[in-house]
Design a binder for this molecule. Structure first.
Ligand code: ZN
Ligand code: ZN
Length: 164
């Protein structure tokens, strides 16, 4: 009689494990089918799009000591890398008239808030920056699928352990 009870409890455990696995696998299937993107995620901005925004707002120009005005000559230094702007280098001139190396400024705008490193004038609309940073945080965090797979493998191990 005890053996029978044990058999039924074993059967019950197996059924629960089986349905849990089934549910999880269906959930993963649905996620992969829909591409895992909700509407709000579609509005998020990738690094490529972000850099395109920067380019649109502040086109890359070739630095020339001749084309820059007299006023600028006092500050022909990129304050991100603290080196002098050289003739022929790719630079961006912001609305606030501050000039930086293209690469230095792009890196700055990606890592920090999108403001001029010197005077903190906004370089990009808040919405663009917020959406970009939201995606970056998600990419860094993105452990959701791995957690699911870990859970699945743990369940698999557990059910195998019970069987043998
Ligand atoms: Zn620089
Ligand atoms: Zn500035």
């Amino acid at each position: 009689m005890a053996a029978l009870t044990e058999f039924f409890s074993h059967l019950y455990t197996m059924t629960v494990v089986f349905f849990t696995l089934l549910l999880l696998e269906v959930a993963i299937l649905i996620r992969s089918l829909t591409g895992g993107l909700s509407d709000s995620e579609k509005r998020l901005i990738t690094t490529t799009q972000y850099l395109k925004f920067i380019e649109e707002k502040n086109p890359t120009i070739i630095y020339s000591t001749r084309s820059s005005s007299r006023v600028d000559l006092s500050s022909n230094e990129c304050t991100v890398c603290l080196s002098e702007l050289e003739e022929g280098e790719k630079v961006r001139k912001l609305k606030c008239k501050h000039t930086f190396h293209k690469d230095c400024l792009d890196r700055w705008l990606q890592q920090y808030w999108a403001t001029c490193p010197l005077c903190r004038t906004k370089v990009l609309p808040d919405e663009v920056v917020a959406n970009y940073h939201r995606l970056q945080n998600q990419v860094e965090y993105d452990g959701s699928d791995e957690e699911m797979i870990f859970l699945l493998s743990a369940l698999h191990d557990n059910s195998l352990h019970r069987l043998f």
